[in-house]
Design a binder for this molecule. Structure first.
Ligand code: DGJ
Length: 723
């Protein structure tokens, strides 16, 4: 049961879903933060003691106490000398704001955010707290949503200009959480192309720390996520707080530890290179953020995020359905293919039990390398004499589904589109147009560009009768400029770009409700909750090496479940790292994601084909558990030697466990892998073991591991409870 209780006497709000509580209280009209954590039965007067003695007058005195108080919507310089989550510039150039309680409402569900992806509100309740600055007429709606079935609090803010003059918003973050202390470790995900989302931990220190990006995409370099681990927090035990943002562009996630040792956590739109003009009557909404408190360590935090994603973020036909096992031709052929080659790959894959053939880059214009044709979504008849339609018919005739790669947000300087519309790309006046991977970025803030992107991609998908789309994006945005935006709105561009993209994604995914969409950005360069609202899976990284994928998928699982992580078995030596790992290891690691292949199946021996058939049967039999079960990290690859994880069905009767050793060993005592999340009172049948094992024994003592011979040896255990 969700409770949102307002106590007029205390001026306090208590939100709870029976497992977590969030408390805030008004003082002099200012909303102060009181508590976020394990559920509380009641709010006692002394919990609100930081407010004691604070009156309306206290806040109008020269020395306002706000600098020392934990707040819900802080503003710099009006008593509080820390950076706030909101900054505006009034028409006269000043920036003071005195936001005070105006009203509150409690809503069933959760209102959709205009133009923004956000979690669905079913089963939730929302507190909307409206603050007002009387002097300017600026109002802020602070939204707080809790769900019955998910231990996550959603927060967002809408600013409304009810005054008579225009206001410039220079910073609007999605939430502030002021904590009393800073005895915690900060966990963020930092990386690069082919090394996305590396687990990065450090102690909180005085001053600013956190993560963020200005690249125009959530990026390979970081991720819109951070967590605070309190002393004693491990995978299974202890307390932590997790934060994630539903946004695909530049963002800021910051923790400021102030002079008193209090930590201010904030997250939202990147304020660098941002401002937004708010005319009288206009409003602006910040992306939704998710806050979770876990008393079951980092594992509990991740399971809360996974539950949010499965129950409230992903949508459409594939959100909670089985997904096809695919084969993608990229690493098999790169640009060097023709219809015959593709069909022989598809046929061979079909014979090995693969469901979906995906045609990657190089099918359009005259794209024989990455230096041309983006934007010209016309079939290359040299490679595909009958066009996409004929290829798709032939693939369908094999009994397979057909998928297609597109990169709709881009244009190659060598393209008919660019020659016809040189002003459709992002550019700064007459300055040189800096290319990335020989391409420029289309200006998604323009309605005509969005219309072209939608219609050209829609036509290609219809022509190709596609069942699956890989929506790629291979460079970041720089030298920002748009031919249509007026100068005073140019700093709105990074946000308007993503809002424009979201409009197109909404339209195209709604137009093809039966199609499975996968997002991609040069690997995992836009692996975020915003994209996940439109496309239920994303290509995790261009690095398909099994050990590198252990690292990347392990840390990605902090927020995202396996059902979101595009993962393929690829050839050895691996095309990115040159490492050689066994086929079974590559498959075991790909089962930690959506499972597919990215290699030439015609190179497989008969024995390998048999193995692939058996693997595909195994994936189908266990997909429900692998994708949608409770995910548990067991051994961290960031320690260097091994990696292990498992998924458990909700009734805890089935579990799939994977363990990978990095190196071969000899003459060591065999190790035991301790499992978690099983039923202690149940007995499990385990593949490869002669006798059944007790759940208690598997969790307390562990499951014996074979000594690995050779590098990258994987072992998988499939557990079924004996009735
Ligand atoms: C980057 C993607 O991550 C790859 O999988 C592949 O689709 C290439 N782009 C194609 O250009």
């Amino acid at each position: 049961m969700i409770r949102i209780e307002y106590s007029p006497k205390e001026g306090s709000f208590h939100l709870s879903n029976g497992r977590v509580s969030y408390l805030l209280a008004l003082a002099g009209g200012h909303p102060l933060h009181v508590y976020f954590g394990r559920v509380l039965r009641a709010v006692r007067e002394d919990m609100l003691s930081r407010r004691a003695g604070l009156t309306e007058e206290t806040f109008t005195l020269h020395e306002s106490p706000l600098d020392r108080l934990p707040q819900e919507c802080p503003v710099f310089g009006c008593g509080d000398m820390r950076e706030g989550m909101l900054q505006v510039r009034h028409a006269d150039g000043t920036e003071a704001l005195d936001l005070k309680y105006l009203r509150h409402t409690v809503l069933d569900g959760k209102p959709a955010l205009p133009g923004l992806p956000s979690a669905r509100g079913e089963g939730g309740r929302t507190l909307c707290l409206t603050l007002r600055d009387d002097e300017s007429g600026l109002e802020a709606d602070l939204y707080y949503t809790l769900w019955e079935d998910t231990d996550v609090l959603a927060r967002s803010v809408t600013l409304r200009n009810t005054g008579k003059t225009r206001v410039t918003v220079e910073k609007l973050l999605s939430f502030c959480l002021d904590l009393e202390g800073h005895d915690a470790r900060l966990l963020t995900l930092q990386g690069a192309w082919a090394r996305e989302r590396e687990w990065t931990e450090r102690p909180l220190v005085m001053g600013d720390q956190g993560t963020g990006t200005v690249r125009g995409a959530s990026s390979q370099q970081t991720s819109p996520f951070m967590a605070l681990l309190f002393p004693g927090c491990t995978e299974e035990m202890g307390e932590c707080l997790g934060f994630a943002l539903c946004w695909s562009g530049s963002f800021l996630a910051n923790v400021h530890v102030d002079q008193f040792g209090a930590a201010r956590v904030m997250m939202g739109l990147q304020p660098f290179d941002f401002s937004w003009l708010l005319e009288p009557g206009a409003s602006f909404t910040a992306p939704e953020a998710y806050l979770t408190w876990s008393g079951e360590g980092l594992g509990g935090m991740s399971r809360a995020f996974h539950s949010l994603i499965h129950r409230h973020i992903t949508r459409g036909a594939f959100a909670s359905a089985p997904r096809p096992i695919l084969i993608n031709n990229w690493e098999a052929t790169y640009f060097n293919f023709d219809q015959q080659k593709l069909l022989s790959i598809a046929e061979c894959a079909r014979d090995c039990g693969i469901d979906l053939f995906v045609l990657d880059d190089g099918w359009f214009g005259h794209r024989d390398s990455d230096n041309s044709s983006l934007g010209d979504w016309t079939d290359d008849l040299r490679k595909l004499p009958g066009g996409l339609g004929a290829l798709s018919d032939s693939v369908h005739a094999l009994g397979m589904k057909f998928g297609l790669w597109v990169e709709p947000e881009m244009v190659s300087p060598d393209s008919a589109l660019y020659r016809a519309h040189p002003d459709w790309c992002i550019h700064a006046g007459d300055r040189i147009r800096i290319e990335g991977r020989h391409q420029l970025v289309l200006d998604m803030t323009r309605p005509d560009v969005r219309e072209y992107v939608f219609t050209s991609i829609r036509d290609a998908l219809e022509r190709g009768k596609v069942d699956y789309v890989k929506w790629d994006m291979n460079r970041n945005i720089n030298m920002i400029g748009s031919a249509l935006l007026p100068p005073e709105r140019m700093r709105e561009f990074p946000v308007r770009y993503i809002l424009g993209l979201y409009r197109v994604l909404e339209k195209i995914t709604s137009a093809f409700p039966k199609v499975l969409f996968e997002s991609c950005a040069g690997g995992g360069g836009r692996f975020d909750l915003g994209m996940m609202c439109y496309m239920p899976q994303a290509w995790t990284s261009d690095d398909t090496d099994a050990w590198m994928r252990c690292r990347i998928q392990y840390s990605t699982s902090l927020v995202f479940p396996p059902s979101c992580m595009g993962a393929h078995v690829s050839a050895v030596p691996n095309h990115q790292t040159g490492c050689v790992s066994p086929l079974l290891t590559r498959a075991a690691v790909a089962m930690g994601g959506t499972y597919g292949y990215e290699m030439d199946p015609r190179t497989w021996t008969e024995e390998e084909k048999e193995t692939v058939r058996a693997l595909n049967r195994q994936v189908r039999a266990w997909q429900e558990v692998l994708f949608y079960g409770d995910f548990r990290r067991l051994v961290s690859p960031y320690g260097g030697e091994a990696c292990a994880w498992m998924s458990v069905s909700p009734d805890r009767k089935r579990a799939a466990v994977t363990h990978v050793f990095k190196d071969g060993h000899v003459n060591r005592i065999p190790s035991l892998l301790r499992l978690t999340g099983l039923r202690p009172d149940a007995d499990y049948r385990v593949n490869g073991l002669e006798t059944v094992c007790g759940g208690d024994e598997l969790m307390a003592r562990g499951i014996p591991l074979r000594e690995p011979s050779g590098n990258f040896g994987a072992q998988q255990f499939f557990l079924e409870a004996v009735e």
